[in-house]
Design a protein around this ligand. Structure first.
Ligand SMILES: [Ca+2]
Ligand SMILES: [Ca+2]
Ligand SMILES: [Ca+2]
Length: 319
């Protein structure tokens, strides 16, 4: 290691002293002092004039410089370590900042996408709300219209009910009047005698034909005299009819199942409530027996049989 020291001479000549690397016990030779810019060694007198300190002082200075050098080296090392640490710290900090920034950027992107989705959802919900509001308004209008119609119908119903009450009262009055007239008429009819050849029972007159014909022609014959084939509503009436017939005689009565097989009806439209069918009758023999006849019996009230409507038989008219 080589270190140079400079001193000023009186004549402003720079004196250079080279300190060779040496042990502390090494003595400074006269060759160690030279004039700046030359290799000329200083003369003893010259050296004595510019070096007012002795060799011991010089060694102390040398030692001090050596310590300073070591301290300077240590300081440089400390600075180097500090700088390296700073660089590592900043590099680590930069990496951490980049990671955090990337994480924040990802979070920001996710939040932005979520916000857009929420905005789209909000827009969709807003449209649905508007549609529902419009539907609600329409339903309210319909409800009001229906309420108006309901009120009108309610008023009309009340009006009809009032009219119905009046009509019912009027009908009741008419029915009472009609009933009274019917009673009077019935009394008059009962008191009236039947035409010649007719037999009376209750309010009706009966006659048995002398000729024989089919069921349809028999009815037409009854029509011709203002009557119809007999309608038997009770066993008493059946017993009366049985007495009108001769022994073993059959005669058409106003009974038929022409409209619906098996459903027997009277010619005046009344249902058959009293049935006096003979044994195993009606049997619709050969599938062609749709008209009823009364069969005279010597005992009892007689009974009924279904026969072919085309058969020619006597018939009984009721008027
Ligand atoms: Ca009758
Ligand atoms: Ca039949
Ligand atoms: Ca029969």
């Amino acid at each position: 290691m080589l270190t140079s020291f400079y001193f000023l001479r009186s004549k402003e000549t720079i004196i250079r002293m080279d300190l060779m690397e040496m042990d502390e016990d090494t003595s400074l030779t006269k060759d160690g002092l030279a004039i700046e810019g030359t290799d000329m060694p200083l003369q003893p007198a010259e050296r004595k004039r510019i070096l007012p300190f002795d060799l011991v002082d010089f060694r102390r200075i040398k030692l001090s410089y050596r310590c300073a050098t070591v301290c300077l080296g240590l300081l440089c090392a400390v600075l180097l370590v500090g700088t390296t640490g700073q660089l590592i710290y900043h590099a680590s900090r930069r990496t951490s900042d980049n990671t955090q920034r990337n994480r924040l950027q990802s979070s920001h992107d996710a939040l932005t996408a979520e916000r857009k989705q929420l905005e789209a959802t909000l827009s969709h919900l807003t449209k649905e709300k508007d549609q529902l509001q419009q539907t609600c308004n329409t339903l309210n209008m319909t409800k009001n219209d229906l309420q108006t119609i309901y009120n009108s119908l309610e008023n009309y119903k009340n009006k009809l009910h009032s009219e119905y009450i009046d009509l019912a009262r009027g009908c009741l009055e008419i029915a009472k009047e009609y009933k009274n007239k019917m009673v009077k008429t019935a009394v008059q009819i009962r008191s009236m005698p039947c035409q010649t050849g007719w037999r009376k029972f209750g309010d009706s007159c009966y006659i048995v034909s002398t000729e024989k014909t089919n069921w349809t022609s028999s009815r037409e014959a009854c029509f011709a005299v203002g009557a119809d084939l007999v309608v038997i509503n009770s066993r008493r009436e059946q017993a009366f009819v049985n007495r009108l017939l001769e022994s073993g005689q059959n005669a058409w009565i106003g009974l038929t199942d022409r409209l619906k097989e098996g459903t027997w009806m009277w010619v005046d439209g009344t249902p058959v409530t009293t049935t006096i069918w003979g044994d195993d009758q009606p049997n619709s023999y050969n599938g062609n027996q749709d008209c009823g006849e009364s069969v005279q019996r010597s005992s009892g009230v007689g009974d009924w049989n279904d026969d072919a409507c085309s058969a020619d038989q006597s018939f009984i008219c009721e008027q």
